[in-house]
Design a protein around this ligand. Structure first.
Ligand SMILES: Cc1cc2nc3c(=O)[nH]c(=O)nc-3n(C[C@H](O)[C@H](O)[C@H](O)COP(=O)(O)OP(=O)(O)OC[C@H]3O[C@@H](n4cnc5c(N)ncnc54)[C@H](O)[C@@H]3O)c2cc1C
Length: 330
């Protein structure tokens, strides 16, 4: 039988999920379905685009990197999606007041197990009774920060089993609006979704004719190897295909992100890869004795890969420390 709507295909994926092993990827279940799609080629392209947008862009990685068993089962967080005007700094700054925050300290090593933990940075050693480690999963995977003694085997295994997707943004500012003012998203239905870029007009949030292109997985990584000029040119040719002569001749401003090459990120955010499971997030969260605690999106098993997951994981680490501090004073 054939599945004709994206919703039917997604329902079919959930069916396949119920019997999937932890080794299966979303691609294992989806590829045969997509291959069997028949009918109008444009409708087929639309279905492929929608699925890639819903699954690959959401997880910032390709189907073959996503565990079928763990895809689409993350708990939904209440409330609508919002774009924080002025950036997330507006949320973080009020929380920073009164804290001694030292910028420019690049951590090379965390030593623990002695009378106090020691954090070796490019600006000297900082000693402390407790340390909360919040480096991203991508940085753990690169072993950029050494631990002495080394991390327990179970943590090392979980670090390797989870995946880090890549999402890069191509931000383009134009001199005038050339797309429909009420458009939520603009997409080009190519025959393949390999280089899919989803274009979001930002005008409702910024008041300016700005479009943000989202890329994911291999495509996002590949644009990091190209010059900014070439990346912008590719995006402009997509938009020109859609809007022809209405596209202004040049952009008046641009930003292209490179999260995979960023030594302090090595990717965008985590997901469960084939072979992994949500319990890997719990393993990453587990403290080492009463000195080293862990927070960050990849330590939150309910809302991994999100800002709220990162925030809640920080609260959890704080509670773990306060509990110990309470028992110290008691
Ligand atoms: C393109 C993109 C789009 C996203 N979209 C959304 C979205 O729509 N909704 C959502 O909820 N989430 C989204 N996310 C995910 C969200 O941004 C992350 O989950 C969240 O920011 C993770 O917070 P964190 O504190 O765990 O890690 P980070 O914010 O990455 O903080 C880790 C910090 O550690 C620092 N660091 C790393 N290595 C070292 C070192 N050796 N020494 C010292 N410091 C170091 C880094 O500089 C960084 O400041 C998106 C992410 C990306 C990249």
């Amino acid at each position: 039988r054939s599945w004709r709507t994206p919703e039917e295909i997604i329902a079919r994926l959930y069916e396949a999920q119920s019997t999937a092993s932890s080794q299966h990827s979303v691609a294992d279940a989806l590829a045969p379905i997509l291959k069997g799609l028949s009918g109008d080629p444009i409708v087929k392209r639309g279905i492929q685009w929608f699925l890639s947008s819903q699954i690959e862009l959401e997880y910032a990685d390709n189907y073959d990197q996503l565990s079928l068993k763990h895809w689409g089962v993350d708990e939904k967080f209440g409330g609508d999606d919002v774009i924080v005007s002025g950036g997330l700094t507006n949320i973080v700054e009020p929380m920073m007041r009164g804290l001694d925050i030292r910028y420019g300290h690049v951590v090379d090593k965390v030593s623990y197990g002695g009378s106090r933990a020691r954090v070796t940075t490019n600006q000297g050693v900082i000693e402390s009774d407790r340390v909360v480690v919040t480096i991203p999963l991508g940085v753990f995977q690169q072993e950029r920060v050494r631990f002495e003694p080394q991390l327990p085997d179970e943590k090392i295994t979980s670090i390797g089993r989870l995946g880090v997707g890549v999402m890069n943004k191509i931000v383009l500012r134009f001199s005038k609006l050339f797309w429909p003012a009420d458009a939520y998203v603009l997409g080009l239905l190519n025959s393949s979704t390999e280089n899919l870029t989803e274009y979001f007009p930002m005008t409702p949030y910024s008041g300016e004719p700005i479009i943000v292109g989202l890329t994911r997985g291999h495509h996002a990584k590949s644009i990091e190897g190209a010059s900014e000029k070439d990346v912008i040119q590719q995006a402009l040719s997509d938009l020109e295909f859609m809007y022809g002569s209405r596209l202004p001749h040049k952009v008046t401003g641009s930003v292209v992100t490179r999260w995979h090459s960023d030594e302090f990120s090595h990717g965008a955010y985590s997901h469960v890869s084939p072979g992994g499971s949500f319990s890997d997030y719990r393993t990453l969260a587990r403290p080492l004795g009463d000195q080293i605690f862990f927070a960050g999106e990849a330590t939150h098993a309910t809302y991994p890969g999100t800002v709220h997951g990162a925030y809640l994981s920080g609260e959890r680490a704080a509670r773990e420390i306060m509990k110990l501090a309470g028992s110290d004073s008691g």
